[in-house]
Design a protein around this ligand. Structure first.
Ligand code: NAG
Length: 244
């Protein structure tokens, strides 16, 4: 009866530990900024599409667009999948076909276009076919993405244009494997500790039971008690002998 109860309690403790770990794990995954704005997770990044009033786009310069991201980066596009994601998601935010600012600038040192926030050099590009060379001053050259075609166009950074603003940041997944390893270690340790403690308690319990049955055995059939009564009988007999 007792060991069964003990096992039952151990089982419920294990289930509780498991559920707690599951909840912790869920809390760790999919970490987009919780700053009150809507962040859309895609792959290991988060995207915030800046809504204009009544879902229509407002005119911003490149500098103003950057500042709208409030400490986060302006959209960078490092793969065709990311380009597709922006094309597919934009109509859910803005009515009609829009252009979107890219966080790209002309770097005078390398004399090339560079991404603002990713240190990586520009590898994936999706330029539109242009027959005419641009008359833009390189340092004032910015890039916009056409949300209907996904193609990229060189535009002036200084013009106030009705471009959509998309902010991008990393999901906090870098710490996940670490904390997962730590969690697993904690789970294994606590399970080992619980099993160990339960085993010790159970063992002590069993020993106590055996001990008490031995004690009762002694109590009910004490050999010296029989001897005692015999002795007292003898003493009594001796006393009666010496009286006359
Ligand atoms: C835009 O400018 C970059 C860098 O100057 C150039 O490589 C690219 O071909 C240009 N794209 C278009 C569509 O003109």
């Amino acid at each position: 009866m007792e060991p069964k109860k003990e096992m039952h309690r151990l089982g419920s403790v294990l289930v509780t530990v498991f559920v707690l770990c599951l909840q912790l794990n869920l809390a760790v995954t999919g970490d987009c900024p919780a700053d009150g704005r809507t962040w859309v997770p895609f792959q290991d990044k988060c995207y915030h599409f800046v809504h204009g009033e009544e879902d229509s786009i407002k005119s911003y310069t490149f500098e103003r667009a950057k500042s709208l991201c409030q400490g986060f980066g302006l959209l960078t596009i490092l793969s065709a999948e990311e380009n597709d994601f922006v094309i597919k998601y934009s109509p859910q935010v803005w009515k009609g076909n829009v252009n979107v600012w890219l966080g790209m600038y002309y770097d005078t040192d390398s004399e090339n276009m560079c991404w603002l926030h990713d240190e990586a050099p520009v590898r994936y590009t999706n330029w539109e076919d242009s027959s005419s060379p641009s008359d833009l001053v390189p340092v004032d050259t910015c890039v916009a993405l056409h949300s209907n075609t996904g193609k990229w166009e060189n535009i002036s950074c200084l013009d106030e244009v009705e471009n959509g603003v998309i902010c991008k940041t990393d999901q906090k997944t870098e710490t996940k494997p670490k904390s997962n390893a730590l969690l697993s270690a904690l789970v294994i340790l606590s399970v080992v500790a619980i099993v160990g403690i339960s085993a010790v308690i159970w063992f002590l319990h069993q020993r106590h039971n055996i001990g008490s049955t031995i004690m009762t055995a002694f109590e009910y059939h004490p050999p010296f008690r029989v001897l005692n009564s015999d002795q007292s009988y003898l003493v009594e007999a001796e006393e009666t002998d010496t009286v006359p």
